[in-house]
Design a protein around this ligand. Structure first.
Ligand code: R5P
Length: 275
């Protein structure tokens, strides 16, 4: 018997989600390294194995495509994987929102994915197609108790405000996504409050490190369960210490000023060791 409002999920789904969201803190630091699926060799990820290897041990989960997993990430002791399974578009293509599902659920299982992820483009020319992709993926993934993370990708002309992002997140949850990834914005509490599944926040374009830590802290204060951060970690001049600073804010509520100081001190220590 389930209490009213209690989410009905299988043991397998809960178990997989608990590999991504740390049960002891209820939070997660996901490392997003899936950019190449439509951006090609993104700055910092030109040779993925070089960048990812040293940072991966500090991530609670990696968000990547199967191509990068197979070629660039050691299967031994890798963090759980949230497998990007949508694509078929490119940054120079005619229409960014024209995505399909690229990877079968069987392949996700062969790769031991903890979850699968795909983008929806609400308000874009291929809105319907991407929403139906999500619905079909949830149908497939639920057969094997694999959670689905929906990424609320934003078309070139879309405004990232609370009204729009709340619409995207709620639609994703209504269609069955078990987690949603979106952008932080002013009034983000409203986005979280009207989305019945956990939300992780994307980092977006590279910011000064203190700003990226502020974004992280604001997202957590406003109710996100964590971040799914890419460029603000792997484009940092010290990605290993940056991801640990982000982790301190996410998991231990370390104030931004303190996390930033820790980062600066770790950098100093590193450079004095090099001399
Ligand atoms: C975009 O659709 C991809 O899912 C990226 O993983 C996402 O943008 C997060 O990375 P970043 O923190 O660099 O924005």
């Amino acid at each position: 018997m389930k209490a009213e409002g209690e989410v009905v999920m299988s043991w397998g789904l809960f178990n997989r989600l608990s590999r991504i969201i740390r049960p002891e803190t209820g939070k997660t630091v996901m490392l997003a390294i899936d950019h190449g699926y439509f951006l090609g060799p993104t700055t910092g990820l030109e040779v993925p194995s070089k960048t990812i290897g040293p940072i991966a041990p500090y991530a609670d989960a990696l968000m990547a495509t199967r191509g990068i997993l197979r070629t660039s990430i050691s299967p031994y002791g890798s963090p759980p994987v949230v497998l990007r399974v949508s694509g078929g578009n490119s940054i120079i293509g005619e229409e960014l929102s024209n995505e399909g599902i690229t990877t079968s659920i069987e392949d996700a299982l062969r790769l031991n994915a903890a979850a699968v992820a795909m983008s929806i483009y609400v308000g874009s020319p291929y809105e319907h197609q991407t929403l139906m992709n999500l619905s079909s993926l949830v149908n497939e993934a639920e057969r094997y108790s694999v959670p689905v993370l929906a990424v609320t990708a934003v078309g070139r002309d879309m405004k990232r405000d609370a009204r729009y992002l709340a619409l995207c997140c709620r639609i994703a949850a209504e269609l069955g996504a078990h987690m949603v990834k979106t952008y932080h914005c002013e009034g983000f509490e409203e986005v979280v409050g009207s989305c019945p599944v956990p939300i992780v926040v994307a980092g977006g374009k590279k910011l000064p490190e203190k700003k990226a830590l502020e974004l992280t802290s604001d997202a957590i204060k406003d109710g996100a369960v964590g971040v799914d951060m890419g460029r603000n970690i792997f484009q940092s001049d010290d990605p290993v210490n940056m991801i640990q600073a982000v982790g301190a804010v996410v998991h231990h509520n370390v104030p931004v000023a303190e996390a930033y100081k820790m980062l600066q001190e770790a950098k100093k220590q590193k450079s004095s060791e090099k001399k």
